[in-house]
Write a protein that binds this ligand. Structure first.
Ligand SMILES: Nc1ncnc2c1ncn2[C@@H]1O[C@H](COP(=O)(O)OP(=O)(O)O)[C@@H](O)[C@H]1O
Ligand SMILES: [Mg+2]
Length: 476
């Protein structure tokens, strides 16, 4: 009965795979000399900015100098977030990349600075290495004795024969090891590693000598050489945790389960101090290496003056990651003050920041980006429709045009066409208005009802502001 249920679950999981706004971006599209290719890894144009981001990748890889800050500044839809996503891909899975939006900091559960501290510490990886004794070899035979009397406690025993090219040994198996072997579905001719301390079994692959047995192979079967020399070895194993994860595991009030619940609350500063000391100790002993990552704060103008001053300070720590910020604001008020500053970021922070400007795209670049998006969303356009979409994009915005891709494909499906044509595109263009037309519509609407509504709206707005202030004063 339970088997059909499981297959259903598997199906559901594969169906969930969704396409995000930046899913077409697979890197920065740079060559070895850091020059941006015209179109590569889903990235188009914006070459200077991409080149600069390539240098940031190198800064992160080197990881020697802490506390670098970079600001991506440019108009909406010029690819700032896309560049950050490309950077994350280019860094690879080893380097931590943490992405937050400026407004996320303002949560009720913790203070702004705690939220920022957690974000900072999430983006610092600590690689801890240990030496353990392992047994590594090719499985010759697994023999499990089934006791006749099932009631006998701990009766499961067995023998495991492992070999290298030079030797062969028989090991006695206890119940735990038998369970582990069965869990990993180990069979003869597998190459395995057995951690002596923990009993953990890792399958490295199939023996090259088993290439003839086609019956037991999946597409992902890996073939490896039978190990040489001794069966017992000392092996270095390493795992990487973020500083934040170490904090959570060690803060007694929450315990490590909080990692899965995501509900970590505030972490005491004493805990953090102790952990910093501990990690420094490990580094001296050569047990741990620090991998500073990247913290990306999108819409950074949403932070207020307190957050900015915190950032200034935090960047001075030798455990600081590379900070990348993005903003589409011009000269505007710094949140929490009455002062204006470029991008809404205080000058003292800007002063220590490398600024990368993103420029609006040319028509050619736009049509290339749209083409890539069509491919990503699995929608086919006729040539004429493609030209029209590019035209729509130049008069409206890149984001609006991207939205039209799926919408128009749904309209095309309705008339049972495989390709989106001009009529489908025209239809959705009429159905969904862009910002310009929407504003125009509001203006027209105002003109028609000029005498009463405008004043009414003003009065309502005043009232809303007044009640807002009141509720702030009383803080219910
Ligand atoms: N150079 C580019 N190459 C490919 N796709 C891009 C590029 N620039 C922007 N895009 C895509 O266009 C859309 C809008 O860009 P986005 O990065 O969100 O702009 P911003 O963050 O500057 O407002 C996104 O779907 C993004 O992936
Ligand atoms: Mg953005």
């Amino acid at each position: 009965m339970s088997i059909p249920k499981i297959t259903q679950e598997v199906k559901d999981i594969t169906r969930i795979e969704r396409i995000g706004a930046h899913s077409h971006i697979r890197g920065l599209g740079l060559d070895d000399s850091l020059t941006a290719r015209a179109s590569s890894q889903g990235m188009v144009g914006q070459r200077t900015a991409r080149k600069s981001m390539g240098i940031v990748v190198h800064m992160a890889r080197e990881g020697k100098i802490a506390g670098r800050a970079v600001l991506l500044a440019g108009p909406p839809g010029s690819g700032k977030t896309a560049l950050a996503m490309g950077l994350a891909q280019a860094l690879g899975s080893e380097t931590p990349f943490v992405s937050i939006a400026g407004s996320e900091i303002f949560s009720l559960e913790m203070s702004k600075t705690e939220a920022l501290t957690q974000a900072f510490r999430k983006s610092i990886g600590v690689q801890i290495s240990e030496e353990t004794e392992v047994v590594e070899g090719e499985v010759v035979e697994i023999q499990i004795d089934r006791p006749l009397d099932k009631g006998a406690a701990g009766a499961k025993t067995g023998k495991l024969t492992l070999k290298t090219t030079d030797m062969e040994t028989v090991y006695d198996l206890g119940a735990k090891l038998i369970d582990n072997l069965q869990k990993e579905k180990v069979q003869s001719k597998d190459i395995i590693t057995l951690d002596k301390a923990t009993g953990k079994i890792t399958k490295l692959g199939r023996s090259l000598g088993a290439t003839g047995d086609f019956d037991a192979m999946g597409a992902s079967t890996r073939f490896v050489q039978t190990p040489q020399g001794e069966l017992q070895k000392r092996k270095e194993v390493s795992h990487t945790l973020s500083l934040h994860e170490i904090d959570v595991i060690n803060s007694r009030s929450q315990g490590f389960l909080a990692l899965f619940a995501g509900d970590t609350g505030e972490i005491k500063s004493e805990v953090r101090e102790q952990i910093d000391l501990k990690v420094a100790g490990w580094r001296e002993e050569g047990k741990a290496t620090i991998h500073p990552g990247v913290l990306f704060i999108d819409e950074v103008h949403m932070l207020d003056i307190e957050c900015f001053s915190f950032l200034n300070r935090a960047l001075e720590s030798d455990m600081a990651p590379i900070l990348i910020m993005a903003s589409n604001r011009g000269i505007t008020r710094i949140r929490g003050t009455d002062y204006q500053a470029p991008h809404g970021v205080p000058l003292d922070l800007l002063d220590r920041t490398l600024i990368i400007a993103t420029e609006p795209y040319s028509d050619e670049e736009i049509s290339k980006i749209l083409e890539i998006r069509c491919e990503e969303e699995d929608v086919a356009f006729t040539e004429k429709a493609k030209t029209l979409l590019t035209k729509i994009c130049t008069t409206t915005s890149l984001r609006y045009a991207i939205q039209l891709i799926t919408a128009s494909s749904l309209v095309a499906q309705k008339r049972k066409a495989y390709e989106v044509d001009m009529i489908d595109l025209k239809k959705v263009y009429e159905l969904f208005v862009d910002v310009k037309r929407s504003t125009q519509f509001l203006k027209d609407y105002q003109n028609e009802f000029m005498y009463n509504t405008q004043e009414e709206v003003d009065a309502q707005e005043d009232e809303a502001v007044a009640t807002d202030n009141k509720s702030m004063d009383t803080t219910e």
